[in-house]
Design a protein around this ligand. Structure first.
Ligand SMILES: [Zn+2]
Length: 375
């Protein structure tokens, strides 16, 4: 089983310079390989193979002009090539848009070490190729083999190491889906989440407060003159609040998913796929909730469920979850966002808008499972 651990690291000045070089070289190689692939694609409508592009890089590194590429971990550069290759494969298979160049101005910068990373919990350090003894704060320890280590720097200048660890644990076999132990989960309008069993989760107040503060600071930022001293200052202020909001949201999502998976009898959870969410919700609401947040929630829920042998059932096709009566299947023509409850004209049942939607998601998830079982 593979698990991910993320630790804050504190590189010294010398290490910072070298990390900076790795960011730069990895980005350069990524952009160079992408440009090469683009040219090749425009000529031949196909992409270069991994080994073809790899041998081009080896040649390039031998020239005097590009000798500086040898100052960094060569595996990290190969990894950047691999990322271009994967991006192209995804594009050709219709899974992703055409890959884009990486800008120097990206707020979060990173590079990967596909092997030879190790941690020393006693000393509180991490060793990486070309970078030995980086100080780290280990919030928790792990047992297992270190696979890849990704080093990143946030917009506010904090450094992190994300470590993928392989251990001997075996994932439990997922239980069979039972309708009585299945709950549907939807994003609410007046609540953060609403479950088909009637449980509601509220948005944490401090998160809402920080989000409002972020909106205010962003407005101030938009008015600043570009490249002035105050512009840079305000940019950092916005990045700081942004980081805080993200952190608080992640914390909240961890708490809720833990509660759902570990402190709940339910063994299956029905949720709408993000792509479907984008289709259904209008722009205003999407902005209020933020797509990234929903994706993160589903990701956390999915891996925690997996560890506990539970199921996350993703409903990945469009259906009118809000406008459909979960009791008699009557479909309303329209249901404005301002309407929080309604009475079904066909069966006369009164519905809480959000609860009805999560009930429908539960039903659809179970129907999908039943459909798969009969194939
Ligand atoms: Zn009805």
């Amino acid at each position: 089983m593979i698990r991910a651990y993320k630790y804050r690291i504190y590189p010294n000045l010398e290490q910072k310079v070298l990390i900076e070089k790795h960011f730069g070289c990895a980005r350069f190689v990524f952009n160079w390989a992408l440009a090469l692939q683009k040219r090749y694609y425009s000529l031949f409508k196909k992409s270069l193979s991994r080994s073809q592009i790899q041998s081009q890089l080896v040649k390039k590194k031998k020239t005097e002009r590009f000798a500086w590429l040898n100052e960094v971990n060569s595996q990290s550069l190969l990894n950047a090539l691999l990322n271009v290759h994967t991006a192209f494969t995804n594009f050709f298979k219709g899974r992703a848009k055409f890959p884009r160049f990486k800008s120097k101005k990206r707020p979060r910068r990173s590079y990967q070490n596909p092997q030879h990373g190790s941690v020393n919990f006693d000393n509180g350090t991490i060793d990486l190729p070309k970078l030995k003894g980086i100080k780290a704060k280990f919030s928790r320890e792990f047992v297992g083999k270190v696979k890849t280590v990704t080093v990143s720097e946030t917009a506010t200048g904090k450094y992190f190491a994300s470590i993928l660890v392989e251990n001997e644990d075996v994932l439990p076999v997922a239980t069979t889906v039972e309708s009585s132990l299945t709950i549907g989960i939807d994003l609410g309008i007046s609540h953060l989440l609403i479950l088909s069993n009637g449980t509601k989760f509220d948005n944490a107040k401090h998160l809402a407060k920080a989000s409002r503060r972020l909106a205010v600071q962003q407005k101030i930022f938009a008015r600043k003159q570009k490249q002035s001293k105050n512009y840079q200052k305000q940019k950092l202020a916005v990045a700081r609040i942004h980081e805080k909001v993200r952190h608080q949201r992640l914390d909240l999502h961890h708490q809720i998913t833990h509660q759902l998976v570990c402190k709940n009898q339910a063994t299956s959870f029905g949720v709408e796929d993000l792509a479907v969410k984008n289709m259904v919700k209008n722009r205003k609401l999407a902005k209020a909730i933020s797509d990234a947040a929903w994706g993160q929630f589903v990701t956390l829920l999915s891996y925690k469920a997996k560890w506990h042998g539970k199921n996350v059932l993703k409903v990945n096709r469009f259906f009118a979850s809000s406008k459909l009566c979960s009791h008699c299947d009557h479909k309303l023509d329209s249901l404005p966002l301002s309407v929080r409850s309604w009475i079904c004209p066909s069966c006369q049942l009164e519905h809480d808008r959000d609860l009805n939607a999560s009930n429908n998601i539960r039903r659809q998830a179970l129907a999908d499972v039943a459909g798969l079982a009969t194939v």
